[in-house]
Write a protein that binds this ligand. Structure first.
Ligand SMILES: *Cc1c(COP(=O)(O)O)cnc(C)c1O
Length: 383
């Protein structure tokens, strides 16, 4: 066992003496349980109930958005976000290959194709320099739309993913989206609590999606949230999330194919509870991050990924870079010692259902995948 592995094991064992050290565990408080029980007692467990709108209001005010729409998960939130900006069958959506599969699947749910672009290696967000150059080389103007000159498909939107809650160059990417007059969707599944210079992630683009899956910074069991700047988009998202039912035309009138995507009240009750401890969780994760950076300082063969604005980062998954030759054995050794660590996702363009999709140069994504490892990051590791 290398000195580095030994030190990391000791570091985590000091915080959690026994059992498998999870990558990211939910922490559920007595208050959370009380709200869930209250919801059960009320009988309003499904898609109508006071906790749903309470959760929406709390997220909106936390983020600084005018409103929010609660969904069953982050994937459905992304699906609705894409539909709300007009992504339809046959379109292409510019999106990173380096992301969790949900981002890419949501594009395919619209019968559209992902059009993969590269990230920068500092924070793993879409690289603005490469994006501008790529779009300038690939897009042509036809009938007031952008068309990919190689595939002939309409390019309808850009997706930016805030990986691990790190701050990348979203402001620069938003500027490019504006120059090209393309809607920008932010995947904030991992970035609740992360801001850039006072502005919460999700407020730089047109529409944003959040997730409250069990491994995220706070959880509703399963859940998501959409925010949009344009009130018409908000209205459409809400409508599509509730089976596109219209009032005034009898009991069961639906004006298009909608979805059963509304977050159940039972999940919203847990979310309301979890929101009350979000800032405390971030504080603990920041403490864990600081301890880890201090520990790793001594080792030249590992580099922690440091946020651009450390005091505004949610520190969702603490990650490091190691040399490509060392990566697999490093993961293996830490796993063997009871620490759950993991590599980045398989680049989405390498997966069977997306391997024929259009892509730009992805060299930064490829090198990141060979180096980045995420370490246990649960807030419960700090008391
Ligand atoms: C978790 C996650 C999602 C999907 O959220 P679910 O709630 O699991 O559907 C989407 N994008 C990213 C980057 C994620 O990490």
């Amino acid at each position: 066992m290398s000195h580095l592995v030994e030190s990391l094991v000791k570091f985590y064992r000091h915080k959690q003496p026994e059992g498998l050290v999870a990558l990211h565990e939910p922490s559920i408080s007595e208050f959370d349980k009380k709200l869930v029980l209250d919801c059960l007692d009320s009988g309003w467990v499904s898609s109508v109930g006071a906790y749903v709108s309470m959760a929406e209001d709390k997220i909106a005010s936390y983020v600084g958005a005018s409103g929010a729409i609660a969904t069953v998960n982050g994937t459905s939130a992304l699906h609705l976000a894409l539909l709300s900006v007009g992504v339809v069958e046959g379109d292409e959506v510019v999106t990173p290959s380096l992301t969790f599969i949900a981002t890419t699947n949501a594009i395919r749910y619209c019968n559209a194709d992902p059009h993969f672009v590269d990230v920068e290696t500092e924070s793993l967000g879409v690289c603005p320099q490469k994006l501008r150059e790529h779009l300038s080389n690939v897009l042509v103007r036809k009938n007031q739309c952008w068309v990919n000159k190689f595939t002939g498909k309409r390019v309808k939107a850009i997706v930016y993913v805030h990986i691990f809650g790190l701050q990348g160059y979203i402001q620069e990417v938003a500027q490019i989206a504006k120059e090209f007059d393309l809607p920008l969707i932010e995947d904030c599944a991992e970035s609740l609590g992360t801001k850039l210079q006072g502005t919460h992630t999700g407020l730089f683009g047109d529409v944003a999606a959040f997730s409250f899956n069990g491994n995220k910074i706070i959880t509703s069991g399963g859940g998501g949230m959409v925010i949009a700047k344009d009130p018409n988009k908000m209205h459409l998202i809400k409508h599509l999330s509730t089976t596109a039912k219209t009032s005034g035309d009898g009991f069961f009138y639906h004006d298009q194919v909608g979805f059963n995507y509304r977050m159940p009240n039972l999940n919203a009750a847990l979310l309301v509870g979890q929101l009350s401890s979000l800032d405390d969780k971030i504080r603990k994760k920041r403490a864990l991050f600081n301890d880890l950076v201090q520990l790793l300082h001594r080792f030249s063969d590992v580099t922690p990924m440091v946020p651009r604005y450390e005091h505004e980062c949610n520190h969702w998954l603490l990650s490091v870079k190691v040399s490509p030759e060392r990566k697999d054995s490093f993961i293996q050794e830490l796993n063997d010692n009871g620490l759950m660590v993991r590599p980045l996702w398989n680049l989405n363009h390498t997966l069977p259902m997306y391997e024929t999709c259009f892509k730009g140069d992805l060299s930064n994504s490829q090198s990141a995948v060979q180096q980045v490892i995420s370490l246990p990051s649960s807030p419960s590791l700090i008391v």
